[in-house]
Each structure stands twice: as C-alpha cells, then as structure tokens.
Ligand binder design. Structure first.
Ligand SMILES: *[C@@H]1O[C@H](CO)[C@@H](O)[C@H](O)[C@H]1NC(C)=O
Ligand SMILES: *[C@@H]1O[C@H](CO)[C@@H](O)[C@H](O)[C@H]1NC(C)=O
Ligand SMILES: *[C@@H]1O[C@H](CO)[C@@H](O)[C@H](O)[C@H]1NC(C)=O
Ligand SMILES: *[C@@H]1O[C@H](CO)[C@@H](O)[C@H](O)[C@H]1NC(C)=O
Ligand SMILES: *[C@@H]1O[C@H](CO)[C@@H](O)[C@H](O)[C@H]1NC(C)=O
Ligand SMILES: *[C@@H]1O[C@H](CO)[C@@H](O)[C@H](O)[C@H]1NC(C)=O
Ligand SMILES: *[C@@H]1O[C@H](CO)[C@@H](O)[C@H](O)[C@H]1NC(C)=O
Length: 413
C-alpha cells in the first residue's frame, strides 16, 4: 500500500488536467447541464451540526465559501481524499485561471501566516522553512500536479460553519486549469484536512446527479445521519496507520466486483476500493475492467455500433435505434459488513454517459487501472463521483465505518 499515495495523486492529476481538456474538446460539458484541531469557533457553530451546499461544476463537485475578514469569496473542489484545504493567493507567481479573484491575505485582518515550528507547520510532511515562513509543496506526483505555497490561518465561513482553519496559500503550481474553482477542500484522514481540523467524528455527503442542476450536500458533525430505513448498508473502513502513505484515503475491503450477476473480481484479484470525489470516473483492476467491458459490449453492442472513444474513454457506442441503457449490467461492489454481505450498485445510467454535441454517443465512464501504468496498485479499484450519485455516504470516524443508502440527494436537508 506504500506506493498508493503517489500513484493515486497521479489520478487526481489526470483528472485535473487531461480529462478536463477531453471534456472540453468533446463538449461533454455542454451535455452536462450546466492545526490545529478543535479551532472551531464554537459559538458560531450551529449545535445540530451543519449542512454545506455543494454543486456540480463540470467535472467536479464544488463548494462556495468565504475566507477572511471582511470575507473574500472562494470556491473549492470537494476532495474526499484531500490532505489539506488550499486556495490560490494574490502573491501567486504561477497560477491557473480561476473564476473568482485571488485571495488577498493582506486584505484580511484575521489572516495569520503560520510561522515555523508550530504544530500546524510541523504536521506538513513536505514543509520547507525559510525566514520563519512555513512553505510547503504538494501534492507531489512524478507527472506534476504540484502546488507550492505557504501555510496560513484565517476565518472560513463554509455554509453555516465559521471556523478558524489552517490552509495552504498557493503561490505556484503546475496545474493548467481547474475550470473555475480556486482550490481544494480536503476531507482526508490527515491532520490538516477540514475533517480533522474541525475535530469531526462523522460527516456525510450526497451528490445529486450531475445533469439535474440540483444542489448536493455535505453534512458535518451531528447533522450527518442516514434515514436509517431498511436499505442502509455498513462496511468497515480499512485501518491505516498515520505513517502509511495511503493514510489520507478512505479504503474498503472488497469481497467481489460483479457485472450484474457475473463475478468479475474476487477479494484475491481486486481487494481494495478507494473512495474518490475528484475523479468523475471509476477505475477497476484491469482484469475486472476487461471482463466488465466484455459484458457491456455483449449487452449493448448488438444494438449499438461501436464509436471511436474520445480521450480518456475506452468504450463508446453510437445510439442506434435499438440502443437501451437498461440492457447493460449493473456495476456491483460487495463488501463484508458486520451483519453479512452488503452491496453498492451503480446502474448503467450512472456509467453510460452521453458524449458529444449531438448526444448521439454514449461512453463508459469506467476505466482500467492499467491506464495509470503504475506498479504497486495491484488489487486496487477506485470509485469515482459519477458512480456515487444519489447515494448518501456517511463516514463514521469513531466506528471506522462507511455507511450508505440510496437517496434523492436534492431532497435532503
Ligand atoms: C475532539 O472531540 C472529542 C470529543 O468528540 C474531545 O474529547 C476531544 O478533546 C476533542 N479534541 C480537540 C483537540 O478538541
Ligand atoms: C458559487 O459562486 C459562483 C461565483 O460567485 C456563483 O456563480 C454560483 O452561483 C455559486 N453557486 C452556488 C450553488 O451558490
Ligand atoms: C502585504 O503587505 C506587506 C507588508 O505590508 C507587503 O510587503 C506586501 O507587498 C503586501 N502584499 C500584497 C499582496 O499586497
Ligand atoms: C526549500 O526552499 C529553498 C528556498 O526556497 C530552496 O532553495 C530549497 O531547495 C528548498 N528545499 C526543499 C527540500 O525543497
Ligand atoms: C428500500 O429500497 C426499496 C427498493 O429500492 C424501496 O422500495 C423501499 O421503499 C426502500 N425502503 C426504505 C425503508 O427506504
Ligand atoms: C440475477 O440473479 C437473480 C437471482 O438469482 C435473477 O432473478 C436475475 O434474473 C439474474 N439476472 C440476470 C441478468 O441474469
Ligand atoms: C509505462 O511505464 C513504463 C515505465 O514507467 C514505461 O516504460 C512505458 O513506456 C509506459 N507505457 C505506457 C503505455 O505509457
């Protein structure tokens, strides 16, 4: 598992750069409607926890919020595996384009640059202290996707939450574009993520289908709860040590991956599932991917002729007269829960997506891990955001479990 982190950061990078371009080039966008732990200012936090609205901003789920006094608007990609909270700052030398103005630390009376030697600074593994400024670099990948900045603290207003948070003031990166947002909100299991800084024992999110224009939601603290009806499933999170490279990820032990009723991976061949909200696509261990591709081709290909897949897709069909999504198999993940086997199902509506201006083509939003061309990821699959739509996921950090149930995300409050 040691190499997981660097390699999966490459994943983020792929989706921060290449697919964004691919999305634009093929106009998928048009088809998609539009450390300090416990620093929370307690008196400003609603007792019942808080609900943060998030929205689909292709190809990411994004939250609007403000930083500083007086508040400056910012927007950030929700990253379930993200290690920290960061935004581009006005001292930027090498910035990507963002919709909103850069955050100006000088214009905020509550901004504090983090000096060296503090708990916050010391919790950044890639810190680099010079002139008593706590610089950091990351996430690190061999292919890029680096951000470089300094650590600071300021007041954040995210939904109804007001909290003093340590964050990265990014002044340089090799990211070309993020298509609008100014940074990331990391929810990973690391000291500087939003979750850890707010000392949360649980949180949940529910992503509305991308093409509905409806709001999605992130629930922090006591507001995070499932309806508890008969359809709730619970699986244990894999315990990781803080020293483990992959400790920021929420990982599940898979019992099997299935295409409908057909088993395409077992615990031995595809044992780990990584929760991901930056990648819109899921990636399966290659053997399972090849088997799934075969099943989908068998089910759909008879009625719909193949189409040349635009990057980064691998399998596309022309929507001929006889084409039917419903004939394609469900993508099913099974886990060993406390009370027996539990399943998480992505029906074809969540993975056969319209591509192209005429919407005459569908492509499979599921890819092979082999695409990453990396060793050290044997048996690892990734669950992307499109395949998480309209399922409410609850992360219980005390019990170390992930619970989920089907939901109409836009109707939750
Ligand atoms: C975090 O919350 C727990 C209770 O949920 C409390 O015992 C602990 O002291 C808190 N830690 C900090 C650093 O605030
Ligand atoms: C988020 O902020 C942007 C820019 O200020 C705005 O256009 C958009 O409507 C906001 N979205 C939501 C859901 O509040
Ligand atoms: C912030 O203030 C410092 C000191 O007053 C100044 O040197 C620096 O140029 C200012 N930075 C910006 C971005 O205004
Ligand atoms: C730390 O920063 C200094 C000055 O910016 C730079 O010369 C040095 O290479 C950096 N060290 C590391 C380990 O990144
Ligand atoms: C459970 O799911 C089934 C089928 O999706 C649905 O008919 C039923 O109403 C759900 N039950 C609850 C309690 O939500
Ligand atoms: C899958 O198995 C169930 C129960 O055994 C059966 O009812 C269903 O028809 C099967 N589906 C397919 C596509 O074979
Ligand atoms: C895969 O990676 C290896 C070594 O890193 C490299 O030699 C090879 O060209 C790569 N293959 C592809 C298809 O990118």
């Amino acid at each position: 598992m040691g190499r997981l982190v660097t390699t999966l950061l490459v994943l983020c990078l792929i989706y921060v750069t290449t697919p964004t371009k691919a999305f634009r080039a093929h106009d998928l966008r048009r088809g998609l409607e539009q450390a300090t732990r416990g620093r929370l200012l307690a008196d400003a936090t609603p007792a019942g926890g808080s609900v943060v609205p998030i929205h689909w901003s292709p190809p990411y789920y994004v939250a609007n919020f403000t930083i500083g006094t007086p508040p400056q608007p910012a927007s950030a990609i929700i990253d379930i595996a993200g290690k920290l909270v960061w935004t581009q700052c006005s001292l930027c030398r090498l910035c990507f384009k963002q919709d909103l103005p850069l955050f100006v630390p000088n214009a905020s009376s509550t901004f504090r640059q983090e000096p060296c030697g503090t708990a916050v600074c010391n919790s950044i593994p890639t810190r680099n202290c010079s002139d008593n400024v706590c610089f950091y670099q990351g996430p690190l990948t061999q292919l890029g996707g680096n951000t470089y900045g300094f650590a600071g603290t300021d007041t954040f207003a995210i939904g109804p939450v007001t909290a003093s948070l340590a964050f990265g003031c990014v002044v340089a990166s090799d990211i070309d574009t993020m298509d609008g947002p100014s940074g990331f909100i990391g929810l990973g299991r690391t000291p500087l993520s939003l979750v850890t800084q707010m000392n949360l024992t649980k949180f949940s999110y529910c992503l509305s289908p991308r093409n509905t224009g409806k709001n999605s939601r992130l629930f922090l603290g006591s507001s995070a709860k499932l309806s508890g009806g008969g359809n709730t499933s619970t699986a244990p999170l894999i315990k990781t040590s803080p020293n483990d490279d992959s400790s920021n990820y929420y990982l599940l032990n898979l019992e099997a991956i299935k295409a409908g009723n057909t088993t395409i991976a077992t615990a031995q061949s595809g044992g780990t599932l990584v929760m991901h909200t930056v990648s819109p696509f899921s990636l399966l261990v290659d053997s399972a991917y090849q088997a799934f591709k075969k099943e989908v081709t068998k089910a759909v290909g008879g009625a719909a002729p193949p189409a040349t897949p635009p990057q980064p897709f691998d399998l596309c069909f022309k929507k001929a007269a006889g084409f039917s999504r419903a004939s394609a198999p469900d993508l099913v993940f099974t886990f060993q829960g406390a009370g027996g086997a539990v399943t998480l199902t992505a029906p074809p509506t969540k993975y056969l997506i319209d591509v192209g201006e005429e919407k005459d083509t569908v492509c499979m939003a599921i890819l092979s891990m082999a695409l990453l061309n990396k060793t050290g990821l044997e048996g690892v699959s990734v669950l992307g955001s499109l395949q998480q739509e309209d399922v409410h996921f609850l992360y219980d950090l005390k019990k170390e479990t992930l619970s989920f149930e089907p939901a109409d995300c836009s109707s939750l409050s």
